[in-house]
Design a protein around this ligand. Structure first.
Ligand SMILES: O=c1ccn([C@@H]2O[C@H](COP(=O)(O)OP(=O)(O)O[C@H]3O[C@@H](CO)[C@H](O)[C@H]3O)[C@@H](O)[C@H]2O)c(=O)[nH]1
Ligand SMILES: [Mn+2]
Length: 358
C-alpha cells in the first residue's frame, strides 16, 4: 500500500460521501488516501441499526431520522432503500468538492502494480480544464506528458471549468441486469490510461460509484431522483442525475470528464433483484434519452438552480405523459432545489447563488 499522502490536496475543501447499508470496513484499504478528509456517511435503511465506522476517521453520519429531522416534509425528495440517498450528503456538505464512492469499491492497482489514489486523480481532473467543444485525439491535453494535437484551434485551448470527474471500475463492471444475466462471469480487466472530456451535446451513463464533482459549479443538479421504496424504478438514480447534469453543463459551458481513476468494484449485486428495479428504466429510457437530447434551456437560466427548475417543468410536461411517476419526479426536483437553497444560502448578498457557474 502506497504511503499516505503527505500533503493531501483540497484537504479542507472536499467531502467524501458514502451511501451505505453495510459496515464500512472497506475504509481500511482507503485509509492512507481518505483519512485526512471529512466523510459524510448516509446510512440507508433501518435507522436503528448501528453502522460501525473504523477508528481514526473524521465523519458525520446521517440516518433516515436525521434526514427527516433536517429537511422536514422536504425529506420526501430523498430516496429510501436505494443508493440514491447519497445525494443528501451532497446537500449537507459545506465544501466546494464532493467525492462519492460505494462501500464495495476498493483500491485498484495500475498496470505497474501501484495502488491507485482515486481521490488524487479526481482532484487532478477537476482542477484542470475540460474541452467539450473540439475533440483532442490524443485525449486529455492537460495530462502530464500530453498536449493538444496539430489542428486543434488555439482559441479553444484554454478549455472550460470542469464540473464532474467520472471514474471507472476494474473487476465488476457497472452492467445493467440483462447484460449481467447473460454475462455473469465477465470481469473488466482493461485499464485504459486516459481521461476524456465528454463532447458538448453528448449524453453519457453516469455511474455514481466512483464520482467527483465541484459543488459550487454543479451541485444543485446532482439530485439522484426518486428511487427505491415506493417508487416504480431503481438503479437509475445516477443515470438521471447524469442526464440532467450534462444538459446543464452544456448550457452553462462546463465540462465533464470520464476515464481515470479506476477503483476495484468487488461485489456484483443480484441481477434478478436488479432487473426488478431496472425494468421500467430500461423501457422508459428510450423516451427519456430523446427528451434530454432535445432539451433546451432559456438564456435566463443563468444558475444551476434556474436551469434545474426549468428542466423540472419540461420533465412534467413532456415525460409526465409516459407515466405519472415523472410528474411526481418533476415536483421532487423542485423540492430538492428548495431544500438545497435552504441549507446552502448564498454566502453573501453579492455572491452568485450557490451552484451557479462562476
Ligand atoms: O438500498 C440500498 C442499496 C445499496 N446502498 C449502498 O449504495 C451503494 C451501491 O450499492 P451496491 O454496491 O449494492 O450496488 P451496485 O449494484 O454495485 O451499484 C449500483 O448502485 C449505484 C451506484 O452507486 C448504481 O445504481 C449501480 O451502480 C453501496 O455503498 C451500498 O451500501 C444503499 O445505500 N441503499
Ligand atoms: Mn457495488
Amino acid at each position: 500500500m502506497a504511503g499516505s499522502t503527505t500533503n493531501p490536496p483540497l484537504k479542507d475543501e472536499l467531502d467524501i460521501v458514502i451511501p451505505t447499508i453495510r459496515n464500512l470496513d472497506f475504509l481500511e484499504m482507503w485509509r492512507p488516501f481518505f483519512q485526512p478528509y471529512h466523510l459524510i456517511i448516509v446510512q440507508d435503511g433501518d435507522p436503528s441499526r448501528t453502522i460501525k465506522v473504523p477508528d481514526g476517521f473524521d465523519y458525520d453520519l446521517y440516518n433516515r431520522n436525521d434526514i427527516n429531522k433536517l429537511l422536514g416534509p422536504r425529506a420526501s425528495c430523498i430516496s429510501f432503500k436505494d443508493s440514491a440517498c447519497r445525494c443528501f450528503g451532497y446537500m449537507v456538505s459545506k465544501k466546494k468538492y464532493i467525492f462519492t464512492i460505494d462501500d464495495d469499491c476498493f483500491v485498484a492497482k495500475d498496470p505497474s502494480g501501484n495502488d491507485i489514489n482515486a481521490l488524487q486523480q479526481h482532484i487532478q481532473n477537476l482542477l484542470s480544464p475540460s474541452t467539450p467543444y473540439f475533440f483532442n485525439t490524443l485525449y486529455d491535453p492537460f495530462q502530464e506528458g500530453n498536449d493538444f494535437v496539430r489542428g486543434y484551434p488555439f482559441s479553444l485551448r484554454e478549455g472550460v471549468p470542469t464540473a464532474v470527474s467520472h471514474g471507472l471500475w476494474l473487476n465488476i463492471p457497472d452492467y445493467d441486469a440483462p447484460t449481467q444475466l447473460v454475462k455473469p462471469l465477465e470481469r473488466n480487466t482493461r485499464y485504459v490510461n486516459t481521461v476524456m472530456t465528454i463532447p458538448k451535446g453528448t449524453l453519457f451513463p453516469m455511474c455514481g460509484m466512483n464520482l467527483a464533482f465541484d459543488r459550487d459549479l454543479i451541485g444543485p443538479a446532482m439530485y439522484f431522483g426518486l428511487m427505491g421504496e415506493g417508487q416504480p424504478i431503481g438503479r437509475y438514480d445516477d443515470m438521471w442525475a447524469g442526464w440532467c447534469t450534462k444538459v446543464i453543463c452544456d448550457h452553462l459551458g462546463l465540462g465533464i470528464k470520464t476515464g481515470l481513476p479506476y477503483i476495484w468494484h468487488s461485489k456484483a449485486s443480484n441481477p434478478f433483484v436488479n432487473l426488478k428495479k431496472e425494468y421500467n428504466g430500461i423501457y422508459w429510457q428510450e423516451e427519456i434519452i430523446p427528451f434530454f437530447q432535445q432539451a433546451t434551456l432559456s438564456k435566463d437560466c443563468t444558475t444551476v438552480q434556474k436551469c434545474y427548475v426549468e428542466l423540472s417543468k419540461q420533465v412534467k410536461e413532456k415525460l409526465g405523459k409516459i407515466d405519472p411517476y415523472f410528474t411526481k419526479l418533476g415536483d421532487a426536483m423542485v423540492t430538492w432545489i428548495e431544500a438545497w437553497d435552504e441549507l446552502n444560502p448564498p454566502k453573501d448578498s453579492a455572491a452568485i447563488p450557490n451552484g451557479a457557474a462562476k
